[in-house]
Ligand binder design. Structure first.
Ligand code: ADP
Ligand code: MG
Length: 269
């Protein structure tokens, strides 16, 4: 059983981020170290202002304890972090780990804008956090913020991806996660300077937690040794099935994250 460190927010209600990553990676046979970067009563989309506990005091103590206990992780997935201080703490801790795989979802913003509370210093801290990553999973907005290119919802992918690659170590891959091509939504990355795209039909509606779940699925598949194209293809198929299952429920409350059952079934099949 491989061990994986997953660091992102824990939102008690809403079924996204850590609440989605843990079942997915557990089903994939990982021993999961579940590290909340902050605690929220709900996620931040549609429930009003959540009660939040900042864990900046706790995280250094966690890392100290883990180091003393000689706990090592083979892989890591980093999602929402939340402050410059926490980005720096994670960057330092990860440097001391001999990881086979580090995936960073550089959560910064969406629809061309930084999320509330983030600024240029936070973007700079995120650039330092992605520098040692093997794979990063920005959306188009995050790709623009990281590279400094101006936001377009249909950007020149080859330019954006080439600039992103320049922020990463040799051999690492930038994968943009919310790329639209015709009627499809999917992911784009570069192979030998050529843009690769894998996607699935875009289904009606907008769902919380799709990006977090995609990151967990992709990390798990890559960590199991699948190549990037296979991993991205399977991840997009499974996410599409999860969105379809969510649609079929005709939910009256659209705030809850997607139905994970099709993904768990596919993993266990
Ligand atoms: P987020 O905004 O949460 O980061 P994205 O919009 O990047 O999430 O979506 C991540 C993945 O989820 C996409 O690559 C796709 O596989 C799937 N997905 C998201 N929304 C839809 C949709 N409306 N229809 C089908 N698949 C979707
Ligand atoms: Mg995202």
């Amino acid at each position: 059983m491989a061990s994986i460190l997953v660091a992102e927010d824990l939102s008690a209600v809403g079924g996204i981020s850590l609440s989605a990553a843990v079942p997915v990676l557990t089903a994939m046979d990982y021993q999961v170290a579940v590290l909340p970067t902050s605690l929220l009563s709900t996620h931040t989309s549609g429930y009003g202002r959540p009660a939040i506990v900042d864990l900046a005091q706790w995280l250094p103590q966690v890392f100290q304890h883990w180091t003393a206990a000689e706990l090592d992780f083979q892989q890591a997935l980093i999602g929402y972090v939340g402050s410059v201080e926490l980005c720096q703490l994670l960057t330092t801790y990860l440097q001391a780990q001999a990881l086979d795989l580090l995936v960073v979802d550089p959560v910064l913003g969406d629809l061309g804008r930084l999320y509330d509370g983030f600024d240029a210093d936070y973007v700079a801290a995120m650039r330092r956090l992605i520098a040692p990553a093997d794979v990063i999973l920005p959306n188009v907005t995050e790709a623009c913020l990281l590279t400094g290119l101006s936001y377009q919802d249909q950007p020149a992918l080859v330019t954006l991806l080439t600039q992103l690659q320049g922020l990463l170590k040799p051999g690492a891959k930038a994968v943009i996660t919310d790329v639209t091509q015709a009627d499809k939504i999917g992911c784009a990355w570069l192979t030998d300077g050529q843009v690769q795209f894998v996607g699935q039909p875009r289904l009606a509606g907008h769902y919380n937690g799709t990006g977090d779940t995609l990151a967990a699925v992709l990390t798990g598949l890559l960590g199991q040794g699948h190549d990037l194209k296979t991993s991205v293809t399977l991840a997009n198929q499974w996410l599409n099935a999860a969105v379809a299952a969510t649609l079929a429920e005709h939910r009256t409350d659209a705030r809850q994250g997607i139905n994970l059952k099709p993904i768990l079934k596919a993993i266990l099949a």
